[in-house]
Design a binder for this molecule. Structure first.
Ligand code: MOS
Length: 751
């Protein structure tokens, strides 16, 4: 068993490393987007539609415009030109709500921005926004929760390009199902969910001539620059996006939202910086949400538990204009071995804001459905759910016909079962008790894609013995500053406290999105190449500077370790610190640049690259007072090499906590009368808090995946939320005898 919490090491990679930006955060010095202030800054507050379907007939701004401190009330007639954007090559120009704000008078969802008040203070802008009077013609909104697929063509355009609605197929799933001796046919429903990062979305826009600077709370500054440059008809060099700290995003900040061009347009019109910070209520309306899904899963099996057929047909809701794809079937074709398979999807238009990625998009709802079906099949067959999964473990990715780069799911099950004590489970419902509580035990498997986005980075070695590593990626709280510093330290031997990590600025070398759990894996080769190139420059200088201790040596004779250059044959004992070599040559610094290609979206991969894992969950149930709690979770992850186990465990724990919210609490409800998300605040939209969070035991296997990068590190931001809801609902069934197939589990379901 190679599972380990921390690999003993003196090198930075694999070592528990507190966040290098931690002191800035706890001392309040870290500047989040809304913390930046500028002279003559104006404040903007949007006016939101209070209908979800209809048209703006009249805007009465007269009273608002005359209020003290008000600079302007912008609307369709006076905001100026805002263009549409389109996707470019690769992950360029992505946006989940393409319609520029105020493009027409049609209202398609509740909360849609229809005007913008700008004033000298936030309070004045808010008062003015409240004073704008709107007349609508309105129709009944469609926020129907039962999802039937619209009449879409077989191939549809989505945010990420064209998709076949027959997503994956092999064998004859329908015939095999019809003939199967054991059948399961169930539909699983997941609700619309809203991201609730602590930090609200925010933009501050500043124009200098035709140059636009945006301080933005973003998970992808490079993409945001591309979209906003298009919206204002600018070359992208004219747009700079700065995101120094993000109070998390969970996907809601991956792509630009409409407040950003509004702030930019207002700043352009008024010739002054404009800040726009959303309210928590707006966060439920205009910056995306996880789509509601309705997923039918049909399994056919032999009596001894071998899968014969798997059909996964799902429908999700989307907004009237947009086409974010909720890829629920992403893992279905390879999670288990099955000869006959079919995955299809459909979409249902609703009067809701744009849907978007939310932590573990696609797979989180998708694996909830398919893992729940596996658990139900196991019960039907009276086979242990772990054993059923072992019986159906594939040897290769049966959809692509290629091997997995590194898949150790069975070892995850084995370790998880051992750590949890699974062998003590008695399968009959309500059969286990402790301290007067009924116990329920459940489990599920999980997975998440592993790949790289293209990335560039630079590493500088400086004459004061410090280094600087730079990349236009972001740190969304996951620890990217620390990872950049660790990677640089690993290559150069310079201690972490002498490394400055710089990110979150499009003026730096183009970096990856903080998304898809791919930021860490993507920056590894770029930072390593940059560090190697900086060291190569140093060697060149050392061998050519008159009077250098290495003058006339060949670079090939030299090595660099622990921040010192030395002759290989002499060993590191006689090494010279790089700062001395730079000083002798009268150089402040040397810079190395590194660049790596992406692997994400490769249509013909040699390997199927994913992380795998499992959750074992215990719930306690007190029928007398109808109290359900998740009391214990053991999670095992096969996620390649873990660069920072301390931050890595954090990611998995946070995702498990979010998964408890998904299973038991979170859902965005739309008022059938006016289409408003009615629980649009943190009192009514319940998320898991500390008191709900059980002890969570996280174990990482340690199988470096060299297909991803030379460290073997895959991503861990999202996988922890996949599968967990299915494990919890299985535990709930075990404790209560009630099978809940529509999330979240409500107490009234269990009475
Ligand atoms: Mo994640 S939903 O890719 O931020």
């Amino acid at each position: 068993m190679s599972a380990t919490q921390e690999i003993p090491t003196t090198l930075p990679i694999g070592r528990n490393t507190p966040r290098v930006d931690g002191p800035l955060k706890v001392s309040g010095k870290a500047q989040y987007t809304s913390d930046f202030h500028f002279p003559e800054l104006l404040y903007a507050v949007p006016i939101e539609a209070t209908i979800a379907n209809g048209r703006v007939i009249k805007l009465d701004t007269a009273a608002a415009a005359k209020m003290p401190g008000v600079r302007a009330i912008f609307h369709r007639e006076n905001i100026g030109k805002i263009f549409r954007s389109v996707a470019g090559q690769g992950l360029e120009g992505i946006c989940d709500e393409r319609r520029p704000p105020f493009e027409d008078d049609v209202v398609r969802y509740y909360g849609q921005y229809i005007a913008l008040a700008v004033a000298d203070t936030f309070e004045a802008a808010k008062a003015a926004a409240d004073a704008v009077r709107v007349t609508y013609s309105k129709d009944k909104p469609n926020v129907e929760t039962d999802l039937k697929a619209d009449d879409d063509p077989d191939v549809v355009a989505t945010t990420f390009g064209m998709r076949h609605r027959l997503d994956s197929q092999r064998g004859d799933a329908e015939a095999a199902f019809a003939a199967a001796p054991v059948k399961l046919d169930q539909t699983y429903v997941t609700p619309a969910e809203t991201h609730n990062p602590l930090e609200l979305h925010a933009t501050t826009a500043i124009w200098e001539g035709s140059n636009l600077t945006l301080y933005e709370s973003s998970q992808g500054v490079v993409n945001l620059r591309s979209v906003l440059a298009q919206m204002f008809g600018l070359p992208k060099e004219n747009v700079r996006v700065i995101t120094k700290f993000v109070g998390s995003g969970f996907g809601s900040k991956l792509w630009p939202w409409t407040q950003c061009p509004l702030a930019a347009a207002a700043a352009k019109q008024l010739g002054k910086p404009v800040k726009l910070v959303l309210s928590r209520k707006m966060m439920f309306q205009t910056v995306g949400h996880r789509a509601r899904t309705q997923q039918r899963v049909r399994l056919g099996a032999t009596p001894d538990g071998k899968l014969i057929s798997l059909q996964h047909d799902y429908v999700y809701h989307r907004s009237m204009l947009d086409a974010h794809h909720e890829d629920c079937g992403e893992a279905t074709p390879f999670q288990y071995s099955v000869p006959n398979l079919r995955v299809t999807f459909g979409r249902a238009r609703r009067n809701v804001g744009a849907t978007t990625d939310m932590r573990g998009p696609g797979r989180v709802p998708g694996l909830y459905a398919t893992e729940s079906a596996m658990n139900e099949l196991a019960d039907q067959l009276k086979i242990d759910p772990v054993k059923l999964r072992i019986l159906n473990e594939p040897n290769i990715d049966e959809s692509l016909g290629v091997p997995f780069s590194s898949r150790h799911l069975l070892e995850c099950f084995e370790l998880g079962a051992e750590k949890f004590g699974w062998s003590k489970r008695t399968p009959e419902v309500r059969s286990m008790k402790r301290d007067g509580l009924i116990l329920g035990w459940g489990m599920a498997g999980c997975s998440w894609i592993a790949a790289r986005f293209p990335a560039e980075a630079s590493v500088q070695l400086r004459d004061d013995g410090t280094a600087r590593v730079a990349c236009a990626t972001q740190d969304i709280g996951t620890g990217t500053y620390t990872i950049l510093a660790q990677l640089t330290s690993q290559k150069t031997g310079i201690p972490l406290d002498k490394i400055e990590a710089v990110l979150g600025d499009t003026s730096l070398p183009a970096g990856p999105l903080s998304g898809g759990s791919m930021a860490t894996g993507s920056v590894v080769p770029a930072v390593f190449a940059a560090a190697d190139n900086a060291i190569a420059s140093l060697m060149m200088i050392a061998t050519t500077t008159p009077g250098s201790p290495f003058e006339k040596r060949k670079p090939d004779d030299l090595a660099f370790e622990g921040g010192r250059l030395f002759v290989k044959a002499d060993g590191p004992g006689k090494g010279v610190p790089f700062a001395d070599l730079l000083s002798r040559a009268n150089l402040r610094l040397v810079t190395g640049s590194g660049k790596s290609e992406g692997t994400f979206g490769n249509p013909k991969p040699k390997f199927s690259t994913h992380s795998f894992g499992c959750h074992f969950v215990e719930v306690t149930w007190q029928p007398e007072i109808a109290r359900l709690r998740v009391s214990r979770v053991v999670t095992v992850m096969d996620a390649g090499r873990i660069i920072n186990p301390l931050a890595g465990r954090n990611q998995i724990e946070g995702a498990v906590v979010m998964g408890i919210g998904m299973a038991l609490f979170e859902h965005t409800s739309y008022d059938p009368q006016n289409g408003a998300p009615i629980n649009s605040n943190l009192a009514d939209y319940v998320v898991t808090v500390n008191a709900d969070a059980p002890p969570i035991e996280v174990h990482f296997l340690d199988y470096p995946d060299k297909e991803i990068n030379e460290v073997g590190a895959r991503g861990i931001g999202e996988i922890g939320q996949t599968g967990i809801a299915a494990a919890i609902t299985a535990a709930v069934h075990h404790a209560t005898g009630v099978r809940v197939r529509e999330l979240p589990v409500k107490i009234e379901n269990l009475l």
